[in-house]
Design a protein around this ligand. Structure first.
Ligand code: ADP
Length: 190
């Protein structure tokens, strides 16, 4: 199995690159942000519980997020691998994911960290807001999301560095060029 974590701050291009990766490697894409938005749209119980958190750009509690993620993986028993996009966002989530995959005799293959500086993130999300209309893309909510990233999520990197799984890829430049770099990172053994 090939299990890839696509890691990076809001606006780093995880969604764009995931779409290209699933096609090339025949993987199942799991975006926890997309799943939460789907629950909110369909007004499920889970959706009602998390709506305010998403609107404010605050992380959803680990237990809710982990349960949802595990359910989604379990729904795809035939998958030849997964791209985890927006998960794990805390060390507790990373530990839970490792345990869960181990229970299925599987593991994370690579963590691709997309590197984009804060000014470029703000510029991209301001652009995206014009078309997405996402409440959490508004300037003040975005500041909260970037803050959540740099206070909570960034600690996931050393967790996987200990396992020697992290590959840093420059996330600024031509989309296809970045895609090539990601593929290279995924395919190199070390
Ligand atoms: P971004 O475009 O900022 O990367 P996502 O679409 O991945 O955002 O996620 C949107 C929101 O969904 C987050 O701000 C957070 O409220 C919630 N969320 C998504 N994934 C997680 C997670 N792994 N843990 C906690 N909350 C999450």
């Amino acid at each position: 199995m090939r299990n890839i974590i696509l890691f990076g701050p809001p606006g780093a291009g995880k969604g764009t690159q995931s779409a290209k990766l699933i096609e090339k490697y025949n993987l199942v894409h799991i975006s926890t942000g997309d799943l939460f938005r789907m629950h909110i749209k369909e007004q499920t119980e889970l959706g009602k519980r998390v709506k305010n958190l998403l609107d404010e750009g605050i992380l959803v509690p680990d237990s809710i997020t982990i349960d949802m993620l595990e359910e989604e993986v379990t729904k795809n028993p035939q998958a030849s691998g997964f791209i985890f996009d927006g998960f794990p966002r805390t060390v507790a989530q990373a530990e839970a994911l490792d345990k869960f995959l181990a229970s299925k005799s599987s593991t994370i293959s690579k963590v691709v960290q997309l590197d984009v500086n804060e000014n470029e993130l703000k510029r991209r999300i301001a652009e995206r807001q014009k078309v997405s209309g996402r409440a959490d893309d508004e300037a003040d909510k975005l500041i909260k999301r970037i803050d959540e990233y740099f206070t909570k999520t960034i600690h996931v990197v050393p967790y996987y560095e200990q396992q020697k799984k992290v590959k840093l890829v420059d996330g600024i430049g031509d989309i296809d060029f970045i895609f090539g770099e990601i593929c290279h990172a995924i395919e190199t053994v070390k």
